[in-house]
Design a protein around this ligand. Structure first.
Ligand code: UDX
Ligand code: ADP
Length: 467
């Protein structure tokens, strides 16, 4: 059947992916009505809030884009079925966390939300609908979605309604948090996988409003799904690789940033993603690699599974190593000692804390009795409490959120820099040092601070990857 031009889009899931992606699509396609729906009424209310500085997702530039199109052709709603019914195209952009129990626990993705979405789409859609998987999904999930949708095909809603039919596409999202708007506006590529060429062209026409045609790649469904897992696995592998070299540099007297510069100058390697740090966090890398590992094992590829699993193991090791190093430099015990933690988000310029390295490192220090004074410009206290699995409090093995670096340093034996927020590069070190107990330490796990200034102010400084 000839596909109509896309006039109306529904996105299920108003999260870190759905919100910014739909904002940019609505901004660039003023003739298309875009409705983002979510079961979480609080989240939808926050997206509709008058104060654009308090959106549920903090993302530089998002407020400006949203300001241009919200209420014009971009809407946020809890009326899931109504929005699906009028949509020519539905994006499924719900979360797919790693399963915590049952078959594949700890590795496979939990698809219950995706399945629920497919069932809702099957029920509520009218006429022909293109269904696009946007969430990171294991290879061949489109098949599950297809089976659910195709089972409802042919059924109409009465004499006047055309029978339902569906096309399923995979269109993975490659945006990185903190740079999401730029990544969406100027993507390296847009990937569309599917078997229905008319549906592929209809979705391409949306991106074609602002993305050059040669950047829109078309593949089969399974290649598209696997490309997302593979891209994230390759990126994460670079981080574990450089972190392994960082540990080696510390042991031998080399400097990992000099090594990174030298190897990154090789055009075959490239300079990006060679920043040593406390290990990768975020909602994607670990989940996607574990997914890949699970699928490889499923297909009997044990060596391939073990190869990728090591990327995640090294990442855990790096986080543990940093916690142990702090304890060892503080004379083997942190019990009752104040430690200022600079940064809790998994990277700068986001309020997202999913899989943040700060979680594991802080938990290890709390278990040893440390008193943590945590500062992060965008993460709120309830989010920290949830991630640390304990409320803010007093005494040994407790934590508190503080507003600024000065309060984090107050009475502290050490500062531990875990997120590379720009403000941590501009610390008044003499003022900070004056508030700390001696001997005082700066542990810089991101190489972000002005180490020379901190040393000049009398602090001992450890910087990741520096021997
Ligand atoms: C990632 C992918 O980049 C993106 O394409 C995909 O769609 C989702 O997953 P994201 O997790 O948002 O994006 O951020 P990213 O910039 O990739 O950083 C991930 C983690 O790696 C962060 O914790 C970051 O601090 C860390 N990192 C990144 C390093 O430690 N060193 C680096 O050189 C780069
Ligand atoms: P991501 O980083 O992938 O965007 P988030 O957790 O930020 O993940 O967002 C996913 C959103 O999907 C959440 O706001 C959640 O409430 C929503 N969601 C999950 N299942 C459904 C569903 N069946 N219908 C509508 N929204 C859903």
């Amino acid at each position: 059947m000839a596909l109509p031009t896309i006039r109306s889009i529904c996105c299920i899931g108003a999260g870190y992916v759905g919100g910014p992606t739909m904002a940019v699509i609505a901004d660039r396609c003023p003739d298309v009505q875009v409705t983002v729906v979510d079961l979480n009424a609080e989240r939808i209310a926050a997206w509709n809030g008058a104060d654009l500085s308090r959106l549920p997702v903090y993302e530089p530039g998002l407020d400006v884009v949203l300001g241009r199109c919200r209420g014009r052709n971009l809407y946020f709603s809890t009326a899931v079925e109504e929005a699906i019914a009028v949509a020519d195209l539905v994006f499924i952009s719900v979360n797919t966390p790693t399963k915590t129990k049952g078959l594949g626990a700890g590795q496979a993705s939990d698809l219950k939300w995706v399945e629920a979405c497919a069932r809702t789409v099957a029920k509520a859609a009218q006429g022909h609908t293109i269904v696009v998987e946007k969430s990171t999904l294991p290879v061949r999930t489109a098949e599950v979605i297809q089976q659910i949708l195709f089972a409802s095909e042919g059924s109409g809603v009465g004499e006047t309604q055309p029978a339902k039919s569906f096309s399923v596409l995979s269109n993975p999202e490659f945006l990185a948090e903190g740079t999401a708007i730029a990544d969406l506006e100027m993507p390296d590529r847009v990937l569309i996988g599917g078997h229905d060429s008319e549906a592929i062209e209809a979705l391409s026409a949306i991106y074609g409003q602002w993305v050059a045609p040669q950047k829109i790649l078309r593949t089969n469904l399974w290649s598209s799904e696997l490309s997302k897992l593979a891209a994230n696995a390759f990126l994460a592998q670079r981080i574990s690789s450089i972190n392994s070299i960082a540990a080696f540099c510390e042991a031998t007297g080399a400097n990992v940033r000099e090594v990174a510069r030298a190897i990154g100058a090789d055009s075959r390697i490239g300079e990006k993603f060679l920043q040593a740090g406390p290990g990768f966090g975020g909602s994607c890398f670990k989940k996607d690699i574990l997914n890949l590992v699970y699928l490889c094992r499923h297909y009997g590829l044990e060596e391939v599974a073990a190869y990728w699993e090591q990327v995640v193991k090294l990442n855990h090791w790096q986080q543990q190593r940093i916690a142990r190093l702090v304890i060892s430099k503080l004379f083997g015990t942190v019990s009752g000692k104040r430690i200022g933690v600079l940064g809790f988000a998994f990277k700068a310029d986001t309020n997202d804390t999913r899989e943040s390295p700060a979680i594991r490192i802080c938990r290890d220090l709390l278990e040893e009795g440390a008193v943590l004074q945590i500062v992060d410009p965008k993460v709120n206290e309830s989010q920290m409490a949830r991630e640390l699995d304990q409320p803010a409090g007093d005494g040994d093995g407790s934590w508190q959120q503080v507003p600024e670096v000065l309060q984090a340093a107050s009475g502290a034996d050490a500062l531990l820099l875990l997120t590379e927020w720009q403000k941590f590069a501009q610390v008044d070190w003499p003022a900070v040092a004056a508030l700390m107990r001696r001997p005082a330490w700066l542990f810089d796990a991101r190489a972000k601070a002005d180490a020379a200034a901190a040393r000049a102010a009398g602090l001992n400084v450890w910087t990741v990857g520096e021997g």
